[in-house]
Design a protein around this ligand. Structure first.
Ligand SMILES: [Fe+2]
Length: 285
């Protein structure tokens, strides 16, 4: 019988993001999902504290990190994928829809140095990855972005930005290539998993009446209680709600810094001949 994944969550309060260390106890191999590179937008300061902490826990458990798995190109935090690959030799994987995200954002953000190996794998629907005795299955769940995937392993699924906790709802769909209709269908793909499947979200922001951060729920809890899509909400009603709500949302604080690093797999922009690195901020009028 395959071993059950050993899951450790890391919550980054600065960006409300959750990263996961998913280990196969039998082999000591592990995958990291959605690791965070610390970044202060005001000063431009990059930090490795979050990644260091995750790697320290992995080392203390005696784990070898084989994969960094991104659920999508995040718009709210920088990925530590490239850093973790450099330090551990892990491979980086993301959904094949990343090509569409790169095509949309690279010209806008003057990213002209994309490399084929920024991602070692671009997953298609149904692809599987072995981590020791664990088999991780990739489900395409686009809508928030075209590159969004869910990683399913054992009785757990890492849903990225699709569903959040039931009392918070679902992810926005107003980025280039996003689609509320597509997200609705992806949500139902997740909700069609067995009711006791544990769902791990990529973010939490608390919610009215809840004063602690949370990131683990189940398919059953989502079906019964998700404030956007639970209790039988139908597609047209969902799409109307989602689009009306998205029209009121501001751009995420780290949108441009995050996207220009994350479409490079977490690699920072190249240094100039004086070893300076810059992020760009496109102006709109
Ligand atoms: Fe996101």
């Amino acid at each position: 019988m395959p071993s059950a994944p050993d899951i450790t969550a890391f919550f980054d309060e600065a960006t409300n993001s959750v990263s996961y260390l998913v280990a196969d106890p039998a082999s000591g191999l592990a995958a990291v999902i959605d690791p965070v590179l610390d970044f202060d937008g005001a000063s431009g300061r990059i930090g490795t504290g979050s990644a260091d902490k995750l790697l320290a826990v992995a080392a203390a458990k005696g784990l070898t990190i084989a994969w960094v798995l991104e659920t999508h190109a995040h718009a709210d935090h920088l990925s530590a994928g490239s850093l973790i690959r450099e330090r551990t030799g892990a491979k980086i994987g993301i959904g094949a829809g990343i090509r569409e995200v790169q095509q949309a954002f690279a010209p806008m953000l003057a990213v002209d140095d994309l490399r084929p190996d920024d991602f070692d794998r671009r997953f298609e629907d149904g692809d599987t990855i072995s981590v020791g005795e664990l088999t991780i299955e990739v489900l395409m769940t686009p809508g928030h972005t075209p590159a969004c995937v869910t990683y399913r392993v054992g009785d757990a699924a890492f849903v990225g930005d699709t569903l959040f906790m039931p009392d918070y709802g679902t992810a926005r769909c107003d980025f280039p290539g996003g689609s509320a209709r597509q997200l609705f269908r992806s949500l139902h793909r997740i909700l069609a998993l067995p009711r006791d499947t544990r769902l791990f979200t990529c973010h939490d922001y608390k919610a009215p009446g809840r004063d602690v951060f949370a990131w683990e729920t189940t398919v059953g809890e989502q079906i019964d209680h998700n404030t956007h899509v639970g209790d039988g909400v139908e597609e047209e009603a969902y799409v109307a709600m989602r689009e009306a709500r998205d029209a009121t949302l501001k751009a995420p604080k780290l949108l441009y810094p995050a996207i220009q690093v994350n479409i490079r797999g977490g690699r920072l922009p190249p240094a100039d001949d004086q070893r300076r690195r810059y992020l760009v901020l496109p102006l709109t009028f």
